[in-house]
Design a protein around this ligand. Structure first.
Ligand SMILES: CC(C)(COP(=O)(O)OP(=O)(O)OC[C@H]1O[C@@H](n2cnc3c(N)ncnc32)[C@H](O)[C@@H]1OP(=O)(O)O)[C@@H](O)C(=O)NCCC(=O)NCCS
Length: 299
């Protein structure tokens, strides 16, 4: 997380709106999988104590590990590193002379820095040790505190499973974006066409969505109509990880109910033979004679 504008000059004090917004976003919106590193120079004062414990309790509420790391560096070495291109790109302080003066002022004034509670911080002198090695040291400490050695992919899958769990909720004409449709089609190995749902929706009598408690779209069916007695069941889809749980049957049942309520007499469907057990067996359609012309292949 970051913002591409320079921080305002001066101390914004304890009620810093940027800090509040960042911490609020991490708490309310950010995926639990994300990790955050806060880099602060904290003076030994009340505001620092508040900032420190605020971040520590935020980590607790998110179920994250919390580790404070005190970094130090010889002044000449730090001045040498201060105008590295990646620091300039991130709008970090990069003026060597200004930094040297600041360090000198702190030493002259005997400015004391905030100290985390004993035993809570890892102390690293970075003067002769490179960033990668320091990161490895911190990683080792976190592993010792219970950080799981798992890949991002495994962690992401676990979060997806959590999002998928729970009761499925069905809705007639519920909110449904084109992007969600693309994602659903991809999930069952179909070839999604971006913009398809946005185009088709206007010709629909209605559609059924099936969503998990967390709002993930897991099922869909569309009902087109002729404006009178005939409705047409089209494009049922169930997310691949949730097939054979009855979701397809349930979205069709709700579509039948609403097509009937809209005054239609007939609900038509056609399908490939291998889906007979779904349409005729599970959904209750009767077999009938029907005709079809594939317009694109007929001359
Ligand atoms: C067809 C589809 C919508 C069914 O969804 P679903 O949620 O798995 O359906 P249900 O769980 O309600 O299935 C009920 C029964 O229908 C039958 N059935 C379901 N999917 C089937 C399939 N792909 N082939 C054959 N029969 C199937 C089975 O008898 C099933 O009972 P079971 O789970 O005990 O085997 C789903 O397989 C899908 O999205 N497929 C890809 C898209 C597609 O082909 N859509 C249809 C044409 S556009």
């Amino acid at each position: 997380m970051g913002w591409e504008v320079p921080a305002p000059d001066g101390d914004l004090g304890p009620r810093n709106p940027i800090r509040d917004a960042v911490l609020g976003t991490i708490e309310d919106l950010a995926p639990k999988l994300n990790s955050y590193v806060f880099t602060n120079v904290l003076k030994d004062d009340e505001d620092s104590v508040t900032q420190y414990s605020r971040i520590r309790s935020l980590a607790q509420r998110r179920g994250s590990l919390f580790l404070s790391v005190m970094l130090s560096c010889e002044v000449d070495e730090q001045v040498r590193r201060i105008d590295a291109p990646d620091r300039i790109a991130r709008l970090k302080g990069s003026d060597p002379e200004r930094y040297r003066r600041e360090r000198y002022r702190r030493e002259r004034d005997h400015t004391k820095l905030f100290q985390p509670p004993p035993g809570e911080a890892v102390r690293i002198d970075t003067t002769t040790i490179g960033a990668r090695q320091n990161a490895e040291t911190i990683h080792e400490v976190l592993l010792g505190q219970g950080l799981e050695r798992r890949s991002r992919a495994v962690a992401a899958r676990r979060l997806t499973d959590e999002a998928m769990a729970g009761e499925v909720q069905y809705a007639w004409r519920g909110t449904l974006t084109d992007g969600e449709m693309v994602d659903l089609v991809e999930s069952h190995g179909g070839r999604p066409a971006v913009g398809w749902w946005d185009r088709v929706r206007q010709y629909s009598l209605g559609w059924v969505t099936a969503r998990t408690e967390n709002g993930v779209l897991v099922g869909f069916v569309n009902v087109a109509w002729d404006g009178g007695d005939h409705a047409f069941l089209l494009d049922p889809k169930t997310r691949s990880t949730r097939q054979h749980e009855g979701i397809g049957t349930a979205v069709v049942a709700l579509a039948v109910k609403h097509a009937r309520a809209a005054g239609c007499e007939w609900l038509h469907v056609d399908f490939n033979p291998e889906l007979a057990s779904f349409y005729l067996g599970a959904c209750g359609f009767e077999r009938t004679d029907a005709g079809l012309i594939h317009l694109l292949s007929e001359k």
